[in-house]
Design a protein around this ligand. Structure first.
Ligand SMILES: C[S@@+](CC[C@H](N)C(=O)[O-])C[C@H]1O[C@@H](n2cnc3c(N)ncnc32)[C@H](O)[C@@H]1O
Length: 503
């Protein structure tokens, strides 16, 4: 497959691996509502934050939406958008790699971008997510009128690139029908089956069996239009007439039409790939929406809540996990919150506090802008605020002092299985994966079975471990069991920290 080359490409590809695993530190003062919430607002560079999330959320995110800097050379007050082309690719590549790992098998990723980088982005996303998983390039009409001072053409759309983690597994939800669509259904003949709409009874694909003359109730003879035939055979047509499913007009003399009942159409509609501003809002709508949250410093490039609602309608259901790692003014998190989805939002700038935090706080309190009316938002829920904490392993790969058992356990489990731990471990047995049991001896988890507080594998410690009759991987400071004993007990011993993949 052709791939894109840029200066430092090799370095960019390694960047995600090189960045250290860090802890996320909750800030109770900036958190709001019930402490048990899973909703996270993280302030920090997303390369670090995404890596920190991996051991806990790999393969768990149902929908990722990102709206990265477009690299458009405009001077933005709130963030550095003027990255050079190479630097932009260098920034995007490792982040997309981490995002892919976080995505669930039945999940999807959506990325907004304009003409400057859209086509380069498509090529790197094809490489990372697989060309076969490309779903669509949606065109969103972001402006409603031309910019007359533009030298060439006034750009009025953004691209929204959509990929499934596995396109064969991922399916979008249908969109809800609108009142306007339902309004096209009437009931001129008072049919007890309810409102219906007349649809063409002729088709282009010719079949001699469906080419016959029809006599209308008024006695007029009608034939299919030139080079077309009727939708059904004559026999089936007669059954439809008997079931009052053919409409010849009030006078009974029109060309026949098929009655399509509203009760028989699909509950929702299939989304198309052009989204107009009338359907999902435009840039100015978004600006108006966010002035409510911070009128002093109006964020430059927000997205409208309706656009986010459309994406979450297509890509998620109630309670699904949504991730936005370029959160900006917090639109994705606010919309996810109001739609009853769980969310993780990451923002590097101080507007994580000045915009996202205050916006989410107002949402919890029942804010009534954006999509609130549409989803009947009444307030409630909560979120936790986090910053990036220390690295789990230091530069030389040693475990950082003070790292708790549960955190090291999550990292070891992830490095072995590439999946997150199902729950916080309370014993040395972290869990089973492919019939192998994984154990960690660390921080005296066994309640001190000496030597070194139970962190060394001895016969006594082995006897105290939760039993598993099969293959075992045991992490500990060292092992005092000989090779034969280890083999007999089907144990692979791994030494902390040297055998842990710290990057
Ligand atoms: C176009 S804005 C997103 C706007 C957002 N969709 C909204 O509705 O408000 C891009 C955001 O990404 C943030 N950003 C850029 N690089 C980042 C990084 N490395 N880590 C975290 N955030 C970053 C910027 O600070 C900026 O707020």
């Amino acid at each position: 497959m052709p791939i894109l080359h840029w200066l430092n490409r090799d370095e960019s590809i390694k960047a995600a691996t090189r960045v250290p695993y860090r802890l996320l530190e909750a800030d109770p003062k900036l958190s709001y509502g019930d402490a048990a919430t899973e909703n996270m607002l993280i302030q920090g560079d997303n390369l670090h934050a995404l890596k920190a999330l991996l051991p806990y959320y790999a393969g768990k995110v149902k929908c990722i939406f990102i709206d990265p800097p477009y690299n458009t050379r405009s001077a933005f007050e709130h963030y550095e958008d003027n990255l050079e082309h190479t630097r932009w690719l260098e920034m995007m590549y490792p982040r997309l790699e981490l995002l892919r790992e976080l995505l669930a098998e039945d999940g999807s990723i959506w990325v907004t971008i304009d003409d400057n980088e859209a086509h380069y982005l498509k090529v790197i996303m094809d490489e990372i997510f697989g060309r076969k998983n490309f779903v669509a390039n949606v065109v969103w009409q972001k402006k409603y009128s031309p910019q007359n001072d533009t030298k060439w053409l006034s750009d009025s759309h953004d691209h929204v690139l959509c990929y499934g983690k596995n396109k064969e597994v991922w399916r979008p939800n249908p969109l809800p029908r609108t009142d306007e669509m339902d309004g096209r259904y009437k009931n001129p003949d008072n049919d007890p089956r309810g409102v219906w709409k007349p649809v063409d009874f002729s088709v282009k694909t010719y079949s001699a069996n469906s080419d016959y003359s029809i006599i209308t109730p008024s006695g007029r003879v009608v034939n299919p239009p030139a080079s077309r035939c009727w939708v059904t055979s004559e026999e089936k047509f007669n059954q439809l007439v008997a079931d009052n499913r053919i409409w010849f007009g009030k006078e009974g003399k029109n060309v026949p039409a098929l009655k399509k009942f509203l009760t028989e159409v699909k509950d929702g509609i299939t989304a198309m790939t052009i989204w107009t501003y009338q359907e999902v809002g435009h840039n100015q709508d978004a600006k108006k929406e966010i002035k409510v949250f911070n009128n002093e410093y109006v964020f430059d490039t927000p997205k409208p809540e309706n656009l986010m609602q459309r994406i979450l309608q297509l890509a998620t259901n109630l309670n699904d996990l949504v991730l936005d790692s370029f959160l900006g003014s917090g639109t994705t998190a606010a919309v996810a919150h109001k739609m009853g989805r769980r969310y993780i939002g990451i923002e590097m700038g101080n507007h994580a506090r000045t915009h996202c935090h205050s916006r989410l706080q107002k949402v919890v309190d029942g804010e009534q802008g954006g999509i609130s009316n549409d989803v009947n938002w009444q307030g409630g829920g909560s979120f936790r605020f986090y910053t990036l904490g220390e690295a789990v392993f230091n530069e030389s790969g040693q475990i950082t002092e003070g790292i708790r058992f549960e955190h090291l356990a999550a990292h070891i489990w992830f490095s072995e299985t590439r999946t997150p731990l199902a729950s916080k471990p309370t014993t040395s047995l972290l869990g089973m994966h492919n019939d192998v049991a994984y154990y960690l001896l660390y921080n005296g988890i066994l309640g001190d079975k000496r030597p070194q507080g139970g962190n060394v594998l001895t016969s006594k410690v082995l006897a105290a471990l939760p039993a598993h009759d099969g293959k075992k991987v045991i992490y500990g400071e060292t092992s005092r069991l000989g090779a034969t004993r280890l083999e007999e007990a089907q144990i692979t011993f791994k030494q902390t920290p040297y055998d842990i993949r710290a990057r």
